[in-house]
Design a binder for this molecule. Structure first.
Ligand SMILES: [Zn+2]
Ligand SMILES: [Zn+2]
Length: 362
């Protein structure tokens, strides 16, 4: 079969790779119909060697498809079922899964990511491919409801796997309530997802800060009540104060998470509010700096963190079926699997109009 592989820093390509087979009775094999390219995939493209990626490793952790083979211990699924596969493998019964911290599951692995964590008889290979093996399939897969299972809905479904779920994690751990004000720092797919989820959860003012006019226009489409391209943290704080009756936001989603964005977050959060860190710039050595004086004096909570794999997918599927969300506008480009490397370049170069690329595979 064909699959996207890492060829060393800066190079990915679609190659002939081994067909996946059932390696355990808890596995399933999914024929992938659509996959997404994630901002975190770009970190692998740029610096995968530092994370332990070797040439030949397959990438991709956002994918949906149709079951073609189901191991004998996987209950409640059958070939032909339409499924969404969570970003990572989780067992569903260890203490961390029970507490909802599935990213810390004792059997955690992320599809196409973090090779040092790969378990389950070797690499959990990525889903920017024609097929994937899904370990612990019963808890790692989520059935797609009949109402949205047709291929015409795929562009609404793919963002739910990771970016919408990650955004929901930021807002839920940020204790967002209807009527609260939200500031979102960043204009990538996770930031746009935070805007869209905040609207679905009943936020009042949703203010998005970014650097790209096309993306800020998309933020307004997805629910932002105000957007701005100011960069200076003091100007961001002033804009946020003006848009929130001088109070600041109850929840600030920092989808960048570096030193500057954290300064802007501190400037735009209200006393007693929460800064939810969802960005991954610290993976690239740009460590965010919490202002611990501000945290103490104004009772600021710091939350967010790595998405608990799969946890928010059922709720997001409900919101989708109810018509409360439609994240498809953030999938700005759809390419074939063979053009996947071009999709990486489009996103890495932040080409005008290209926010997030989907791969239509089957
Ligand atoms: Zn991702
Ligand atoms: Zn677990």
């Amino acid at each position: 079969m064909r699959g996207l592989t890492f060829h060393g820093n800066g190079i990915v390509a679609v190659d002939d790779v081994a067909d996946p087979t059932l390696a355990a009775p808890t596995d399933a094999i999914v024929k992938i119909t659509m996959a997404g390219i994630c901002g975190s995939d770009l970190h692998i493209l740029n610096a995968g060697e530092a994370f332990g990626f070797e040439p030949g490793a397959r990438l991709g952790h956002e994918f949906i498809g149709t079951l073609v083979e189901v191991g004998s211990d996987v209950r409640g699924f059958a070939p032909g079922d339409r499924v969404m596969v969570a970003v990572g493998v989780s067992c569903g019964h260890c203490v961390w899964c029970q507490e909802g911290i599935r990213a810390s599951c004792e059997q955690m692995s992320i599809f196409g990511w973090a090779p040092r964590l790969w378990r389950h008889g070797g690499a959990v290979e990525g889903g920017q491919s024609e097929y994937a093996r899904v370990p612990l399939a019963q808890t790692t897969m989520i059935r797609i409801p009949e109402a949205v299972a047709a291929s015409e809905h795929e562009t609404k479904l793919v963002p739910i796997v990771d970016v919408m779920s990650t955004a929901m994690h930021g807002l839920v751990t940020g204790r967002l309530h209807p009527g609260d004000d939200v500031v979102v720092i960043g204009d990538g797919a996770v930031a746009l997802s935070a805007v869209h989820c905040a609207r679905a959860l009943g936020a009042e003012n949703i203010i998005c800060f970014g650097h790209h006019d096309d993306r800020l226009a998309l933020a307004r489409t997805l629910g932002a009540t105000a957007t701005s391209d100011v960069r200076d943290p003091a100007e961001i704080a002033e804009f946020a104060a003006n848009a929130t009756r001088g109070q600041g936001a109850r929840v600030v989603v920092d989808a960048v998470s570096n030193a500057d964005s954290m300064q802007a977050a501190h400037g735009s959060v209200r006393p007693g509010g929460t800064i939810s860190c969802l960005g991954m710039d610290h993976f690239m050595g740009k460590t965010p700096s919490v202002n611990w004086f501000d945290q103490f004096v104004r009772n600021i909570t710091i939350s967010g963190g790595l998405l608990p794999t799969g946890l928010y997918i059922p709720r997001l599927l409900e919101l989708l079926a109810e018509g409360e969300i439609d994240p498809s506008p953030m999938l700005t480009n759809t390419l074939s699997l063979e053009d996947a490397a071009e999709g990486y370049r489009m996103m890495a170069e932040r080409r005008e109009g290209a926010v997030k690329v989907a791969l239509k595979i089957a």
